[in-house]
Design a protein around this ligand. Structure first.
Ligand code: PMP
Ligand code: GLN
Length: 417
């Protein structure tokens, strides 16, 4: 299942980029050939063009908490507007360390074991550049978040996939074992998982931990949805399993937890031996993330528990999920079970569309609701089951507007799309 990254998912809608008119050579480095436009940008653009309700790109359409917004305004007014310390504002790193101490009973050194980045996207990119190079392999579960492949390509590394199978998105431990080998440098794990909503169980994590130890592999875990889990699902960081702290970089994003995706404050936690190479990349990618937003996120983490913020977040996401699930199920778009993150996957295999891309474009332009085709999360889109991803980080009114439009789906598909 190894594929050369350059032949992977046709990320491109751009072939070789042409230079300015008087430049005849192809100006784009081969490294970026095929990157094209991200599926999120493309679907949001299509949604805007058609005035569609945007349940595609994952972002909350409700305001984030006032106490966090106020903290950002205060930081700006207090003139905290110059470069932050490259690896993160001390107050924010201290708040992250103390949260981990309370949740997992671990003592983290904020000076050496935490790095703040411009979103989880930057942390993932930095980690991949720092830990993998030409000829190296990265194991990732497919479907995987769209930035993993370009990050691997930029590092000249190759992704090897382990398949998650619907409806419960389990994997075959033998397939996982076969994906690891002497060239494996990194396991790139996402839990709670986008786009499937899977939350890896303790037993599954134990299998992966054993493989990491056996092959001396470092785990980079993308846990941006750690606070968005449902029913009896429990989020467990791989780093908390025996022997895993030493070989794990845990990546997170305050954008999801505090509903401020545009602030792009992410971070990585792990031993100094893994933070040091990450910081080496980070200092030359962004150097530092925006100072007032880091200060505001320090306040957010410090005050969230006493304000009951996490309980409110969980309660709100339960009703948002239930509301959109009822709408989709009722619109002949049956949903798969979801344990975490803020997406629902609907089965579209009975609707007569050739691909999820064709369906999502039709749904956006003809029905007026945008969704994401999960094939964008596969190395080979042909391997993707026929599903569509809908984001439920939305206000009740938005879900209601989507419901009115989605009610047209059964009728239109019967009439022949
Ligand atoms: N990883 C996953 C699984 C995501 O879904 C996202 C964004 N939604 C990111 C990383 C990127 O996070 P950020 O916006 O903090 O860069
Ligand atoms: N992570 C978001 C999603 O899955 C999108 C973030 C982005 O557009 N880069 O929808």
């Amino acid at each position: 299942m190894t594929r050369h990254v350059h032949k992977g998912n046709d990320l491109s809608h751009n072939a070789a980029a042409k230079g300015p008119e008087n430049v005849t050579r192809d100006v784009a480095s081969p490294r970026v050939h095929g990157f094209g436009t991200s599926v999120f940008t493309e679907m949001s653009r299509l949604a805007n063009q058609h005035g569609a309700v945007n349940l595609g790109q994952g972002f909350p359409d409700f305001p984030g908490p006032s106490f966090v917004k106020d903290a950002a305004k205060s930081a700006i007014d207090a003139n905290l507007n110059q470069y932050a310390v490259s690896h993160g504002a001390p107050r924010l790193r201290a708040a992250i360390a103390s949260m981990w101490n309370e949740r997992y009973g671990m003592d983290i050194d904020p000076d050496r074991e935490i790095t703040v980045t411009s979103g989880a996207t930057e942390a993932i990119f930095d980690a991949v550049q720092a830990l993998a190079g030409p000829g190296d392999e990265i194991v990732a579960f497919e479907p995987f978040y769209d930035s993993y492949l370009p990050s691997a390509i930029m590092a000249s590394a190759t992704i090897r996939t382990v398949t998650l199978r619907p409806p419960d998105w389990t994997f075959d431990p033998e397939e996982a074992a076969a994906a690891f080998g002497p060239r494996t440098r990194v396991l790139l794990l996402n839990t709670p998982h986008n786009p499937t909503g899977k939350v890896f169980t303790r037993d599954e994590l134990a299998v992966l931990a054993e493989l990491c130890r056996r092959w001396d592999v470092v785990a980079v875990t993308d846990e941006v949805y750690e606070r968005i889990v449902f029913d009896d699902a429990e989020h467990l960081p791989l780093a908390t399993l025996p022997g895993m702290w030493e070989r794990t970089l845990t990546i997170n994003s305050t954008g999801k937890t505090f509903s401020m995706t545009g602030w792009k404050v992410g971070y990585a936690i792990g031993p100094a031996s893994l933070n040091a190479p990450l910081r080496a990349v980070h200092q030359f990618v962004t150097f530092a993330s925006a100072t007032p937003f880091q200060e505001a996120m320090a306040t957010a983490l410090e005050q969230a528990p006493e304000l009951g913020y996490y309980a409110d977040l969980s309660r709100d996401y339960h009703w948002r999920r239930d509301a959109l699930k009822a709408v989709l199920d009722g619109a002949n778009l049956p949903t798969l079970p979801v344990a975490g993150a803020y997406f629902l996957m609907s089965d579209i295999s009975h609707l007569g569309f050739e691909s999820d891309v064709e369906f999502c474009r039709w749904l956006t332009s003809e029905i007026g609701v945008a969704a994401i085709p999960p094939s964008a999360f596969y190395l080979d889109p042909a391997r993707a089951p026929l599903l569509a991803r809908f984001c439920f980080a939305k206000r009740a009114e938005t879900i209601q507007r989507a419901a009115e439009r989605l009610a047209m789906v059964p009728e239109r598909t019967r009439a022949g799309a």
